[in-house]
Design a protein around this ligand. Structure first.
Ligand code: PNS
Length: 158
């Protein structure tokens, strides 16, 4: 039985995140999407809002996926959840250096936890929450990048 954690900021969740989560479900018996509550970052959406958007999108389609907020180290959260795997999406080679560093650090902190990278669908290779927020700020069309519900929440917020 493989329990996987898919950690991230999800500020907000995009179609790229959903694609990675759905592909992770092919590997893991149990998937936990863990939303970082990080006091150092100033996200657009509160952690509660980010969790809710994930619940209203991924959670509705896949009720078995656990979605919750966490703070502190990902490895400690994974240890508490008895997870064996961290899932991260890789969009392009530019992601690799940072992701490799995180994976190596996490491995050093908790060697029983493996990191698996899933390659994002080429459709979403350019997509990030930051890009979505920037386009939405200037009134651009984000309907191809996020679920309708997230588009609506972004419009309300901005
Ligand atoms: O969606 P993001 O912002 O790329 O996700 C980054 C995240 C949340 C996976 C990463 O910042 C993280 O794991 N933060 C928790 C603190 C931690 O464990 N740091 C050590 C690894 S560098």
């Amino acid at each position: 039985m493989i329990t996987a954690i898919y950690p991230g900021s999800f500020d907000p969740v995009t179609n790229g995140h959903i694609d990675i989560a759905e592909r992770a479900l092919r590997i893991a018996d149990k998937l936990i999407i863990a939303v970082l509550n990080n006091a150092e970052k100033t996200p657009l959406f509160s952690v509660e809002e980010r969790v809710k958007m994930l619940q209203d999108t991924v959670g509705v389609k896949h009720p078995d996926v656990e979605i919750e907020a966490f703070s502190g180290l990902t490895v400690e959260y994974a240890r508490n959840k008895k997870a064996q795997l961290i899932i991260r999406g890789l969009r392009a080679v530019t992601d690799f250096e940072h992701e490799l560093q995180m994976a190596q650090i996490n491995y050093k902190l908790y060697p029983d936890l493996e990191t698996t990278f899933l390659m994002a669908n080429i459709k979403y290779a350019f997509l990030s929450s930051s890009v979505v927020k920037e386009i939405a700020t200037y009134g651009g069309d984000i309907s191809h990048f996020v679920p309708p519900l997230v588009e609506q929440r972004l419009r309300e917020k901005l």
